[in-house]
Ligand binder design. Structure first.
Ligand SMILES: Nc1ncnc2c1ncn2[C@@H]1O[C@H](COP(=O)(O)OP(=O)(O)OP(=O)(O)O)[C@@H](O)[C@H]1O
Ligand SMILES: [Mg+2]
Length: 1081
């Protein structure tokens, strides 16, 4: 089952009764007893109808958790046990859903828990309203404004450790969805006298203590402060610390909160500087200094604090110093400067301190407002939370208490107006049967205070403005005359003789019987505090400060804007602002939280009957219950009522034609609501019991559910139908497409199957045919082969005899013939040239032809040579014969031979026939000259050569002088026995003569010629050709003997040494040896 469906009620598990309306019997005792019982069970909240009574538990209870918030969220007021969250939820929901601006009025005396209650309300609303980045920031700023204002505006009093010393009204603004947009805070009269003086057992405002305990050493140094409280006159020492309160931690919280709210770092610094300045100011002390005119003039005792303060605020020290010693009075354009005495100086100092602090406080509120103000200009829904200083009675009550209590008086008035009087008057107006209930209306007390003509505040203002000496006593005198007859005013000096002997009433006091009890006010200071005077010199000094914040706080110090008019009095301002507040509250739907403190000791678990009883009385709670019990819990005009519930009855649903009242009557009758549960007024229906209303609401909810179900049903039906139709249409399309697709697929399947079958059959047929054809072909081939073989066999059988004989040889011959043919044809093409010296010959093609190939080569060569020879002439033939003979003689025998091969054997080298020089010689020679040349005749004695012409004929050889041609010797060839030559390349030859011949007398000839080969060859051939003589012997040896006259000399050929040069050198070594050195080739 969901949470919303759990049926719970205020009556479930109830301790005592949760709603005082249900108490039985109703008396003050049972009332208090019920409160006590519930208090003892930690049930601190109790209802009187829609009013919440809150008892201060003085201890933290686990009833403000997130789970609790969820529990109370969107639940009916009476559905769960009483809680402040139920009220907050009710207020928030009617703001959001019914567009009614709300205000939450929290009342009760000091310490009863108003501030706490206001915070719970705010945090609940913050928890249940919309979420989101922007919204959360707004919420956070709204919530965090509390610690800042509490630090500066709350203080410890004897009644409350965290007593609000200012009134606060906060409008939280929402958009149409119920999301917070921002807020506006209004503050009411701060109790600024506390800055300079605190009653015994009380403290100055928290911020002073928090700053000194919580600020870092560095910050304190900057602010020129000392951590020690005792250093400051303005801080009371006897109660400087509060149990269970950590000032240092609070300071951190405050700084953090300031940051969240949107204070700039330099703004925070300025604020702290001002707080420090106030502390410094308190330390200024004055001493009198006599002047010549007999008056005392005040002087500052120790200027150190003044100096530091001036440094902090950027004020010129002398200016401030002067402002504490002189005062300028301006009247009709005239300036008169008077001196201040010590008392006046102290007065001025305190006035400055109070003003500085209270203006700083107002600036803080404005600054916060700037941060939290809604950003849109669209219409906003507003929930106001009023947390004002509670009604208080001290031992010593002054102007502040008077103002505070006046404010509470006004709030009580509004409560009475709205819950008691207004309600009863409405019953009468509406013609509902009603027995009047007596209650105390405090309008008379309000009148005593605020009446424009003779109210106390008006009196005070009058006194303040009156020329002449005005003192607190003159003011009291005035009161005594004007108010003497008032029932709620008591004074010893009044004309009312009743109090003449009342010793509880001192002379300088007056007493007012407030709704919440009698309070004795000491008249001292009333005039001053109401005037709230600050010497202009001081405000001007402040304005001159070189400190941005101070300058803003003292605008009247601007010399350009001097205003000679008296400023409005404090009382007047307060009265006006309370008036506006009341008007504002009256436009909103009120929700009440009435706070009660259970004891005076700030202790948990103590329930002081008398104290509670007193509060119950003056808060008029009993009357409240009585009116509630006698009256009706709920009322509503007929039209909206009918409009809201008309669906509960067939006749009125959906339209009622006729007056709304009748419609409502029909409706209620139809619903069978008991007759005593409602009454018909003139324009409204009155419902006695909330339960009846809940019954109607429940019915309506069910009905709405049914209607919703019906709408849902029809909508779903329609939706399903359209969906179905769409599906159907789609189905047809899909089906058509599918069928087409399926048929296509089927067709393709069949087609491909047919193709497969076809192809198989065709394949099978083709294979069969192929097989047959193959078979046929094989048969044919077989037949052919067989027949071929058969024919072959036949033919071979027949022709075998022709083939066998000579077949091989024939084939061989034929082949050889072919090969030879080819060989010769090839040879013909590759024949070498006809030159006998050409050694080339084609390669042989076949190995077996090698012999023939070589033979052919030889034959060819011979034939070629023969051919070559056949071309020779006779002459050439003879030459070649000579050459041949030379070769036979000398080849491989003499080294000179190779050089002769290339030389043509010319024979006549000296042109013997033609040269005239040799004509004589020629004529001497009978035969034909076969050879004529110049040779060298070697001298026998020294081996040196001398040129001689050598002539050879068929018969003889002749040696003649080369120049003259004279014959030196002529030797017939017959005398010649042999010729000796060396094996070497020299041209030496010895012609040896036959012993005993005529020629031999002179000895052998040793000659040298380059043409040795030709000479010897020719000589040899002559011998061969003639028949008459023997052939000449030719000795070839490197050592031979030569006959010189008688001696035989050995001619020896030795290899030449380099010394001999390249030429052949011949030397006679001794009688028997002639050495010829021949250079090696
Ligand atoms: N619901 C609560 N739960 C726990 N403690 C509470 C509750 N309400 C009040 N208190 C305690 O009582 C003290 C005084 O409450 P609070 O400051 O709200 O009183 P107040 O009515 O605002 O007084 P004043 O008129 O002096 O400002 C709180 O500091 C807190 O300790
Ligand atoms: Mg408070």
């Amino acid at each position: 089952m969901s949470k919303m469906e759990v049926k719970t009620s205020l009556l479930d598990n109830m301790i005592g009764v949760g709603d005082m309306v249900l108490i039985e019997p109703l008396s003050e005792d049972t009332f208090i007893e019920n409160l006590r019982k519930r208090f003892e069970h930690n049930e601190i909240y109790t209802y009187i109808g829609s009013v919440v009574i809150s008892m201060n538990p003085y201890k933290s209870l686990p009833i403000y958790t997130a789970e609790k918030v969820e529990e109370y969220r969107n639940r009916n007021f009476y559905e769960l046990s009483p809680h402040i969250y139920a009220l907050a939820d009710e207020a928030y929901r009617s703001l959001r859903d019914q567009d009614k601006d709300q205000c939450i009025l929290i009342t009760g005396e000091s310490g009863a828990g108003k501030t706490e209650a206001s915070k719970f309300v705010m945090s609940y609303v913050a928890a249940v309203c919309g979420k989101g980045q922007e919204v959360n920031k707004v919420k956070e700023q709204l919530l965090q404004s509390n610690p800042v204002l509490e630090a500066f505006g709350n203080a410890k009093t004897v009644r409350n450790d965290n007593s609000s010393r200012f009134g606060k009204y906060m409008d939280i603004e929402f958009d149409f969805k119920g999301d917070p947009l921002g807020g506006v805070i209004s503050n009411y009269l701060l109790e600024k006298s506390r800055v300079v003086k605190q009653p015994r057992g009380e403290r100055n405002f928290h911020i002073f203590y928090q700053l000194l305990s919580g600020a870092s050493d560095d910050t304190l140094k900057k602010l020129k402060l000392d951590r020690d409280f005792s250093k400051y006159n303005y801080l009371s020492l006897d109660s400087a610390t509060v149990n269970g309160l950590d000032d240092a931690a609070c300071f951190r919280t405050v700084r953090n909160a300031m940051q969240i709210v949107g204070f700039m770092e330099d703004e925070v610094q300025s604020v702290l500087e001002l707080v420090a300045a106030v502390l410094k100011l308190g330390n200024l002390e004055f001493k009198p200094e006599s002047r010549c005119n007999g008056f005392d003039e005040s002087r500052i005792k120790d200027k150190n604090d003044l100096k530091e303060m001036c440094e902090l605020l950027g004020i010129e020290q002398s200016v401030l110093e002067r402002a504490f010693s002189f005062r300028t009075v301006e009247a009709k354009m005239e300036k008169v400067s008077t001196t201040l005495n010590v008392a006046q100086a102290y007065y001025a100092r305190d006035a400055l301190a109070k003003n500085l602090y209270s203006r700083l406080f107002s600036w803080l509120v404005n600054r916060i407002n700037e941060s939290i103000k809604a950003q849109t200009k669209s219409r906003k829904k507003v929930m106001g939370v009023l947390d004002i200083y509670g009604f208080e009675i001290f031992e010593d009550n002054s102007f502040e208490q008077f103002i505070i209590n006046y404010c509470n008086e006004k709030l009580q008035q509004i409560f009475i107006e709205l819950t008691l009087r207004e309600e009863q008057e409405e019953y009468i107006r509406e013609g509902i049967e009603w027995t009047n209930i007596e209650y105390f209306n405090n309008a008379i007390i309000c009148d005593l205070i605020e009446n424009n003509k003779n109210g106390i505040l008006a009196m005070l203002d009058e006194e303040c403005l009156r020329p002449g000496t005005v003192t607190d006593e003159t003011f009291l005198d005035k009161l005594n005359t004007v108010c003497a007859e008032h029932q709620h005013f008591e004074s010893r000096q009044s004309k009312n003789s009743k109090f003449l002997t009342d010793h509880s009433l001192p002379h300088n006091c007056f007493r007012i019987q407030h709704y919440a009890g009698k309070v004795l006010y000491r008249v001292e200071g009333f005039v001053d505090k109401n005037n709230d005077l600050l010497y202009r010199d001081l405000s001007q000094a402040m304005y001159k400060a070189n400190h941005s914040l101070i300058k803003i706080l003292f605008p009247e110090g601007n010399p350009a804007k001097v205003n000679l008019k008296r400023p409005l009095t404090a009382g007047f301002q307060f009265r006006a602002s309370v008036g506006t507040l009341m008007k504002n509250l009256l436009t909103k739907n009120p929700n009440y939280i009435r706070c009660i403190k259970p004891n005076d000791k700030k202790a948990a678990h103590i329930f002081t009957d008398s104290l509670v009883c007193h509060q119950v009385r003056y808060l008029g709670l009993m009357e409240n219950v009585r009116v509630r019990r006698a009256g009706y819990a709920f009322r509503q005009a007929y039209e909206p009522c009918l409009e809201r519930y008309k669906m509960l009855c067939k006749q009125t649903w959906p339209h009622w034609k006729g007056p709304a009242r009748e419609g409502v009557e029909v409706l209620l009758k139809n619903l069978q609501v008991a007759a005593e549960e409602f009454a018909y007024g003139r324009s409204k229906i009155f419902i006695r019991n909330p339960r009846t209303l809940f019954f109607l609401e429940e019915k309506r909810r069910q009905c709405l559910e049914d209607l919703a179900t019906l709408i849902q049903k029809i909508y779903r039906g329609w939706k399903c139908r359209t969906h179905f139709l769409l599906l159907k249409k789609s189905q047809v399309v899909v089906a058509a497409w599918y069928r087409r697709f399926a048929q296509q697929k089927k067709y393709q399947n069949i087609r491909s199957s047919a193709l497969v079958v076809q192809s198989y059959i065709r394949g099978w047929k083709a294979r069969k045919l192929l097989r047959e054809l193959k078979h046929k072909k094989r048969c044919e081939e077989a037949v052919t082969t067989i027949s071929a073989y058969w024919h072959g066999t036949q033919v071979r059988r027949e022709y075998r005899k022709f083939f066998r004989a000579n077949a091989g040889k024939k084939i061989y011959d034929f082949t050889i013939q072919r090969i030879m043919q080819k060989y010769f044809m090839g040879l013909k093409k590759t024949m070498p040239s006809m030159s006998p010296v050409d050694k080339s010959w084609p390669a042989r093609p076949y190995g077996f032809l090698d012999g023939m190939h070589q033979e052919l080569r030889r034959i060819f060569h011979l034939w070629r040579c023969k051919k070559y020879r056949s071309q020779f002439t006779e002459e050439k033939k003879a030459t070649y014969e000579e050459k041949l003979a030379a070769s036979e003689l000398f080849k491989d025998k003499k080294a000179l031979y190779p050089s002769s091969v290339g030389q043509p054997f010319k024979g006549d080298y000296v042109e013997i026939t033609k040269n005239p020089k040799y004509q004589k010689l020629n004529s001497l020679v009978e035969d034909k000259v076969l050879l004529a040349d110049v040779v060298s005749k070697i001298n026998r004695a020294n081996g040196k050569g001398a040129p001689r012409i050598f002539l050879l004929t068929k018969k003889s050889l002749v040696l003649a002088d080369q120049k003259t041609g004279q014959v030196k010797a002529s030797v017939p060839l017959l005398d010649l026995s042999s010729v000796s030559v060396s094996t070497q390349s020299d041209g030496f030859f010895a012609l040896k003569l036959k012993e005993g011949s005529t020629s031999a007398a002179k000895g052998d000839f040793l000659l040298s010629s380059d043409r040795l080969i030709e000479i010897i060859t020719k000589l040899h051939r002559i011998g061969a050709a003639s028949a008459e003589r023997n052939q000449i012997n030719i000795d070839i040896s490197d050592e031979f003997l030569v006959q010189f006259k008688q001696d035989k000399v050995c001619v020896k050929f030795i290899p030449g040494t380099p010394k001999n040069g390249n030429g052949v050198a011949c030397k006679r070594k001794n009688n028997r040896l002639l050495e010829v050195s021949v250079p090696s080739p």
